[in-house]
Design a protein around this ligand. Structure first.
Ligand code: FAD
Length: 363
């Protein structure tokens, strides 16, 4: 018996969930979304991400499990499928004790601590010798992680879903229950998976007022400094970040960034852009030729994305709205890629519970 499933949303959360669901031939999947890979829009977080794997989940939390479960899949894709746009990249993480009390310092506390849980997950983890640390840095670590070229990886996920028979359609819904009536077979969907990210705040039937944005501004440049780099904070303000990552397959280097909570501004702030570029060069002089400042950066574009944060954490749970079975998978903040497979495994097992109950009811 076929299972009719609608996945609402085509960001990394919707596409990863659809990809896993599409591996079961009994599932007939329609992916419906306002924005699809190829679009750049302030309502669509996924294309703007770096994106890399820098775990932030606290030890013992569900978040930690999602990130732990995601690494082996990203590693396998990087190993076996170069066409997916994920490559291995050396990474340096630098911690300044003075950031410990700041809000961003707290958000990244797991990442920057000297003995993190993920040391046995990523490859080649080691501490940076103290005589190699820049002034002001208290500890540092080095490991091999991955960097994802989102402009290649999101379409690759679409391709995997299409190969497995999923159907993609553009659509905009005011109410989540309406998505159940848009399955490509014309029949009503047995379950709708809600992967609408920040829009779950305004989508009828969900209206989750715990959702809020953390604005991330970036500069994409053609310069390639080598390894990825990130610090626990900056001296330019608690809501500003410093990270550098070069995407796979000619995707350019992302210079970041910011973590501006409740800021919805879609337009890049050029003063912030100057601060981002300046501090990246300070920490990583190799970004430009010797003696150069920001004039040595070859800019592709400035960008802004909104991380879909949720008070209380990511929502992965079953729900029933207007008689329609729903599985929510949204609110992935700044970790939607690095937790993508872990979160989607959880969402898929909830979908399977709903489908099993449906089969039992029909017996
Ligand atoms: P989105 O990508 O926002 O997708 C939502 C989808 O739902 C879209 O297709 C949209 O059109 C659709 N939709 C919404 N409402 C409706 C509606 N009513 N009707 C129809 N369709 C609808 N994460 C990492 O893991 N590593 C990183 O290095 C990283 N860096 C980041 C850097 C920046 C600057 C930013 C902004 C984010 C970063 N993230 C990173 C976080 C990551 O990008 C997000 O967590 C992730 O993209 C969220 O994906 P999503 O699929 O849940 O939401």
């Amino acid at each position: 018996m076929a299972n009719n499933i609608v996945v609402l949303g085509a960001g990394v959360s919707g596409l990863t969930t659809a990809y896993l669901l599409s591996q079961d031939p009994a599932n007939k999947i329609t992916v419906l979304a306002k924005h699809m890979p190829g679009d750049y829009d302030i309502e669509y977080a996924s294309p703007w991400a770096g994106a890399n794997y820098m775990p932030v989940g606290k030890e013992g939390s569900a978040h930690q499990k999602w990130e732990r479960d995601t690494w082996p899949v990203l590693k396998e894709i990087a190993d076996k499928y170069p066409e997916a746009g994920i490559h291995f990249r050396g990474s340096f993480i630098y911690n300044r004790k003075k950031d410990q009390g700041s809000e961003t310092g707290r958000s990244f506390s797991e990442l920057v601590q000297p003995n993190p849980w993920y040391k046995d997950v990523v490859l080649d983890f080691k501490s940076v010798p103290s005589d190699q640390l820049l002034p002001g840095i208290n500890n540092g670590q080095e490991f091999t992680s991955v960097c994802i070229n989102t402009a290649i990886y999101l379409p690759w996920l679409v391709g995997q879903c299409l190969k497995n028979g999923a159907v993609f359609k553009r659509a905009v819904f005011k109410h989540i229950a309406d998505a159940a009536n848009a399955h490509h077979t014309g029949q009503k969907a047995d379950v709708v998976v809600n992967c609408t990210g920040l829009s779950s705040k305004t989508l009828g039937g969900v209206l989750d007022d715990k959702m809020y944005p953390a604005r991330g501004q970036i500069v994409v440049v053609r310069n390639d400094p080598g390894p990825m780099m990130s610090t626990s904070g900056t001296d330019d303000g608690e809501d500003e970040l410093l990270y550098i990552m070069t995407r796979a397959a000619g995707g350019g280097t992302i210079l970041g960034g910011s973590y501006q909570k409740n800021n919805w501004d879609a337009i890049p702030d050029m003063n912030l852009a100057n601060r981002i570029m300046k501090r990246c060069i300070e920490v990583c002089p190799n970004l430009v030729k010797k003696g150069q400042g920001i004039e040595g950066l070859d800019i592709v574009r400035h960008g802004v994305g909104l991380r879909p944060l949720r008070e209380g954490g990511t929502r992965i749970e079953k729900d029933k709205v207007g008689g329609v079975a729903i599985v929510h998978n949204y609110g992935h903040g700044g970790f939607g890629y690095q937790a993508s497979f872990g979160c989607s495994y959880s969402a898929v097992s909830l979908v399977n519970e709903i489908l099993q109950n449906k089969s039992r009811a029909k017996l």
